[in-house]
Design a binder for this molecule. Sequence first.
Ligand code: NAP
Length: 240
Amino acid sequence: MNIQGTTAFVTGANRGIGRALVEALLQRGASKVYAAARQLGSLDGVVALDPQRVVAVELDVTNADQVAAAAQQAGDVDLLINNAGKLDFGGVLEADLDSLAGQLDVNLYGLLRVTRAFQPALTQATGGVVNLLSVVSLAPMPGIGHYSASKAIAHSVTESMRADFTESGVSVFGVFPGPVDTDMAKDVPMDKTAPEDVARDILSGIEADQHDIFPDPFAEQVQAGWAADPKAVAAQFAGA
Ligand SMILES: NC(=O)c1ccc[n+]([C@@H]2O[C@H](COP(=O)([O-])OP(=O)(O)OC[C@H]3O[C@@H](n4cnc5c(N)ncnc54)[C@H](OP(=O)(O)O)[C@@H]3O)[C@@H](O)[C@H]2O)c1
């Protein structure tokens, strides 16, 4: 799928990977980028990247009314990037179940709400959907059990979406980053990749029609390890 000339919509576009994606989309010649965030004011710097092509949209992906309004406002979208995400630390035996619900509301239900709302536009454009998953969609890491679970279900839903969109020709991409140097991973004691590099690799994966995108060196190692021996990757993560 070509980025040049596309009209994209990015959730969670005010910081981290989302903001880097907006910048990368502009660099690759997108016609228009809807940058969505919970707080409109947090998008000022993103709109300033190119006020002619960036449109700020207020969107909390847990708010069904805002999701419907965003889809109405952005009916010309052909590339939807479900980037907004939430991570709470904690193991599955002790973390508050409300925290699991909160992460599911963003990482799973949010992704579904937004994709369903944009389905007519994407179908009309024969466009694409990109879901930000994680290497922990494949196997969980200790200390982020609920987040891992939310990303594992989002992976399953991404596979289902791909099957359900087959007839309409809409492409569905799953992205499986390793640790990325953003606010989300600031307390993760691992080597991290810059969000700009991750955004660039995501767009290259879309342009190459790679359904599963592993956009950083850690992720590439996981992809190779997963193909060779999934249990070894699970054991590596469990000891991480
Ligand atoms: N960083 C990593 O190591 C890593 C690795 C694998 C996958 N990922 C995934 O990549 C995506 C981007 O992560 P990131 O690292 O850029 O995280 P980040 O820096 O923490 O940014 C998260 C973004 O999601 C937004 N968001 C959170 N809840 C939202 C909601 N209810 N509605 C709308 N937006 C919401 C945040 O908005 P506010 O500013 O309003 O809070 C922010 O823009 C996420 O899906 C994450 O799970 C990240």
